[in-house]
Design a protein around this ligand. Structure first.
Ligand code: COA
Length: 329
């Protein structure tokens, strides 16, 4: 008998109320709406208010994905937890009324959601849990230097979540196979250098913000997402032409388009909500799925490719056939 698969049974999203559009950024920094739109595809993003944290956003998305049901484990993908220690997932589980459910964070930055999905699928395959809530939530605006025009326009805050149940690999909604990788020698291309054990915050306060080498990150992202997508399609036995929708990490619309082009995929397969939310890091893929489901871009039966790339460097991909979530339990 084969191990149970992780099957999508619930989906949720949560965004802070505050909208920050390009025009407002251009009143503060040396940039323009036109530059941001044409270079990134972003028009506006959401920003967590001073009283709003990653846990708050995660609880909003998680509650929607649960839809009044329960889960016996919570995996939270985030690199902006409410405190450096402990992990935020236990607080999310408690706020969702999940009793003493297993709960922990996964930090693979913008690839975090795909890593967390794979981790949850492993829990289900290994019989450790029957229902797992996987949440991607980040408040990257808390890491951004408000004076840095290279990062302020790109990042936004948000959360997205999926509920997984043990099921059969052949049924709609089953995630997998997976492909995951890292390349730590390029950590400095996108990092917050101070605040951890290497560079103490008290001695290096100027290095507390996210620093990004945008052009290099762009190149790595396109190459790795395309490579990983090919690997996972090959493992699934799918041809590129079989993919109806490509839900890639929403980092830059040009990265998504270039990756689709490298794969030989039509531009209209690309699912994009980056214009409204920017780069929400670990929340990006589940938020894009939730928006695409809501506006009818994703419908039951679609063959869907997910691919993410992020700081670390990390990247990973998986596939699923989109299920009818109205019929899920
Ligand atoms: N407004 C106006 N000009 C800006 C700007 C802004 N917000 N940010 C940078 N510029 C300038 C640069 O200073 C540079 O000026 P120079 O030519 O005088 O040196 C010029 O625009 C071009 O910069 P460059 O970095 O080459 O542009 P780009 O086409 O690579 O676009 C990014 C910049 C950041 C949009 C792009 O590199 C990118 O999206 N990278 C990936 C970022 C990412 O996805 N990060 C998260 C990964 S998970």
């Amino acid at each position: 008998m084969s191990a149970p698969a992780a099957v999508l049974t619930g989906l949720g999203s949560w965004l802070p109320a505050k909208v920050l559009d390009n025009h407002e950024i251009a009143t503060r920094l040396d940039t323009s709406d036109e530059w941001i739109r044409t270079r990134t595809g972003i028009r506006e993003r959401r920003v967590a208010g001073p009283e709003e944290s990653t846990v708050d956003l995660a609880v909003g998305a998680g509650r929607e994905a649960l839809g009044g049901t329960s889960a016996d484990a919570v995996v939270l993908a985030t690199s902006t937890p409410d405190q450096p220690c402990p992990a935020s997932a236990p607080q999310v589980a408690a706020r969702l009324g999940l009793g003493t459910a297993a709960a922990f964070d996964v930090n693979a930055v913008c690839s975090g959601f795909v890593y967390a999905l794979a981790t949850a699928a492993g829990f289900i395959a290994g019989g450790l849990a029957e229902r797992v809530l996987v949440i991607g939530a980040d408040t990257f605006t808390t890491l951004i230097d408000p004076a840095d025009r290279t990062t302020v326009p790109i990042f936004g805050d948000g959360a997205g979540a999926v509920l997984l149940r043990a099921g059969d690999a052949g049924e709609p909604g089953a995630f997998g196979p997976f492909d995951l990788h890292s390349e730590g020698e390029h950590a400095e291309l996108l990092w917050v250098e101070a605040g951890g054990a290497r560079k103490r915050l008290s001695e290096h306060p100027a290095d507390r913000f996210l620093a990004m080498q945008g052009t290099a990150v762009f190149r790595h992202a396109c190459a790795r997402m395309a490579e990983s997508s090919r690997t996972v399609l090959d493992r699934a036995g799918w041809m590129v032409g079989d993919v109806d929708r490509f839900v890639g990490h929403q980092a830059n619309i040009r990265i998504l388009q270039a990756t689709a082009k490298q794969l030989g995929m039509p531009a209209d397969a690309v699912v994009a909500n980056i214009d409204r939310v920017g780069n929400t890091s670990a929340a990006s893929i589940p938020l894009a799925m939730a928006d695409a489901r809501a506006d009818g871009t994703l419908v039951p039966g679609h063959r869907v490719l997910l691919s993410a790339f992020g700081a670390g460097l990390t990247w990973g991909s998986t596939v699923l056939r989109w299920p009818d979530l109205d019929q899920s339990s």
